[in-house]
Ligand binder design. Structure first.
Ligand SMILES: Cc1cc2nc3c(=O)[nH]c(=O)nc-3n(C[C@H](O)[C@H](O)[C@H](O)COP(=O)(O)OP(=O)(O)OC[C@H]3O[C@@H](n4cnc5c(N)ncnc54)[C@H](O)[C@@H]3O)c2cc1C
Ligand code: FES
Length: 334
């Protein structure tokens, strides 16, 4: 059984136990959010010993070279000594410049960073409520278009960070955010490729950024956005997207309603089903999927079976640790 040394104490790590699980089981708090290797909130550094390669998946080469790793994806094979990144590593200080409602549940949070943050529309940052509590939010802003960072944040019932943002955060407040990460963004290498974008709820955030970025970069291929929600009221930015589609003939916006009241002008059904029904052959397409994890998983499979190459499918499931635990418990019970 390998041991993990942290803060001068050593802990035995059981088989199938990640560094994060081992620390948590011993009452040691390590910042974390998704528990599935996506958000990079649980970044740690190996001071001694070797880290399995899988624990560095998705990290920038510069971080991997300094033996940074993700504690939730690290299953040690030998004794290691680990540390949290030194204060300030990869963090930016930001000031809240606006908090605007987009609908009853979602606000647009605008932030101005003290130092320039390099990012691409559609990537995500981690936003810190305090030193140990962070959540990931996708960037709806486009660096060359928008002056400030823009995030669309949905109020999750009993959600620690989203409720705090909706209820306690004010314009002028200073918060910490991480640098931007993730591969869900537009690249201009194939300007004629058709793009399919599917999102639920605040999953529109990265897609809104990606579409405006692609159009600003002169993308010529078809761009089809399907945004799904249960009711008309819970969709948002519909007028802006309709106006964008009037200004760009290659951009088509389809709002989808999964509930029973579907007025004219809206597609009826689950957003991924509607999108795949209307676009049954995705050979050669690039696909972006963001929002509810079940929708993203399902749409990924459907897009692959419709001919999209896995290399051309970019997905950001909005996972949270607590949702993962609930899903795991359901699987165990089944
Ligand atoms: C890569 C990535 C990008 C993301 N981008 C965005 C974004 O742009 N906008 C955005 O609003 N969110 C986004 N999220 C989700 C976000 O990180 C948080 O998980 C979410 O805000 C809930 O955090 P919380 O602290 O408020 O809730 P928690 O305190 O973590 O959870 C409270 C309760 O709510 C449940 N819960 C948590 N999340 C959800 C959910 N999404 N739906 C339903 N129930 C939930 C939990 O199971 C728990 O019971 C993203 C997640 C990832 C991994
Ligand atoms: S990557 Fe480890 S908690 Fe998200």
């Amino acid at each position: 059984m390998p041991s993990i040394t942290y803060g001068g104490q050593s802990y035995l790590c059981r088989a199938q136990e990640s560094v994060l699980d081992c620390m948590t089981a011993h009452g040691v708090t390590i910042p974390s959010s998704c528990h599935s290797g996506l958000c990079q909130t649980c970044l740690m550094q190996a001071v001694r010993g070797n880290i399995p390669a899988a624990a560095q998946a998705g990290l920038k080469n510069t971080l991997a070279a300094q033996k940074y790793f993700l504690a939730c994806s690290c299953y040690p094979e030998e004794d290691i000594e680990v540390a949290l990144p030194s204060a300030g590593t990869g963090k930016f200080s930001a000031t809240v410049t606006a908090i605007q409602p987009l609908n009853d549940d979602i606000v647009c949070l605008q932030l101005q960073t003290d130092a320039k943050l390099e990012y691409k529309a559609g990537q995500f940052i981690n936003l810190y409520k305090d030193a140990f509590t962070a959540r990931s939010y996708s960037l709806a802003s486009v660096p060359d278009i928008d002056e400030h960072l823009q995030l669309h944040i949905r109020k999750v019932p009993n959600g620690l960070v989203s409720q705090w943002i909706h209820q306690a955060l004010n314009v002028g407040d200073s918060i910490d955010i991480s640098e931007a990460t993730g591969d869900c963004f537009y690249t201009e290498d194939k300007p004629d490729q058709s793009l399919l974008l599917i999102g639920t709820g605040s999953g529109l955030a990265p897609l809104y950024g990606i579409i405006r970025d692609a159009l600003a970069q002169g993308h010529q291929g078809t761009i089809r956005l399907y945004h799904g929600s249960e009711t008309v009221e819970s969709l948002y930015l519909a007028d802006e997207l309709r106006s964008l589609s009037q200004r760009h003939r290659n951009f088509v916006y389809t709002p989808c309603i999964s509930g029973s009241m579907v007025p004219p002008g809206y597609a009826s059904g689950m957003v991924a089903d509607v999108a795949l029904r209307e676009n049954p052959d995705l050979s050669g397409w690039r696909v972006f999927l963001c929002g509810h994890p079940a929708m993203v998983d399902n749409a990924k499979k459907q897009a692959f079976f419709a001919g999209a190459s896995m290399r051309d499918i970019y997905a950001d499931p909005f996972k949270s640790a607590l949702q993962n635990n609930a899903a795991e418990q359901a699987q165990t019970a089944a």
